[in-house]
Design a binder for this molecule. Structure first.
Ligand code: SF4
Length: 239
């Protein structure tokens, strides 16, 4: 139970806030539940389509193509492709997250992911059309120019500040017996290397696994290294 709460801290926090709200102000709590229900219903309609689209892109678009178009070396071309992808998209911004996570895993750079997310949020084509209708074309064009420049600059800066290793890789979904090390958490103390030198080594003061999966006969040593790691940085798939 505690393990489940630990893994879903945010959800647990939200539930506690709901409970407190029920005690303090029942009327507001009921209103909050209704609003949450509305968004939950919207997500249940939209997300299956998004997951299907993500799976299709993952299966059909080769990794090399994504690296070439949106990877670290894609430069301004990558920024413009990202801008176009975000601008022609449809649906709420939360639909962009699984798509962007998949692109990131297939080699897109952090800068380009920032550009896709930001343009998806603020310069989508239907949004621009409505903006021109209500606020005038001049307003829309000037805002588009400045927003686009800001998005590309922001992508560049975030790309410099955030390392891919800092982004969760979905360790909870590790396949059975596979090993992963959270580089962000690893302090390079070397305990795992001392315990299981055939399975870990240090590189640039970080531990890296020498194998992707555990062989049964040596599983004990790896499990011991996992337990002894002071940063809890070693994960082994259990599913
Ligand atoms: S024991 Fe943990 S913190 Fe130390 S090097 Fe290994 S993975 Fe990193």
């Amino acid at each position: 139970m505690m393990e489940k709460i630990k893994k879903n801290l945010f959800l647990a926090g939200v539930m506690i806030i709901y409970l407190l709200l029920f005690v303090i102000n029942t009327e507001k709590a009921v209103l909050s539940i209704k609003n949450s229900g509305y968004y939950l219903k919207e997500m249940l309609i939209i997300m299956p389509v998004v997951f299907l689209l993500t799976a299709l892109i993952e299966a059909w678009i080769p990794k090399d193509m994504i690296i070439n178009a949106l990877g670290e070396g894609s430069g301004l071309k990558g920024s413009f492709i990202s801008l176009a992808l975000g601008s022609v998209s449809a649906g709420p911004i939360y639909a962009a997250f699984p798509v962007c996570k998949m692109l990131l895993q297939k080699g897109a750079s952090i800068s380009n992911i920032v550009v896709i997310l930001s343009s998806w949020a603020v310069i989508k084509i239907p949004m621009l059309a409505n903006e021109a209708k209500f606020l005038g074309p001049k307003f829309m064009i000037v805002r588009w120019i400045f927003t686009t420049a800001a998005i590309i600059s922001m992508g560049y800066i975030i790309g410099k500040l955030v390392n891919k290793d800092e982004i969760p890789s979905g360790e909870d979904n590790l396949s059975k017996d596979s090993i992963k090390i959270n580089k962000q958490a690893c302090t390079g103390c070397g305990i795992c290397v001392d315990i299981a030198p055939n399975y870990f080594k240090l590189e640039n003061r970080k531990a890296i696994p020498l194998t992707d999966t555990i062989k049964n006969k040596n599983g004990e040593k790896i499990n011991l290294a996992m337990r002894e790691c002071p940063m809890n940085a070693i994960k082994i798939g259990e599913n």
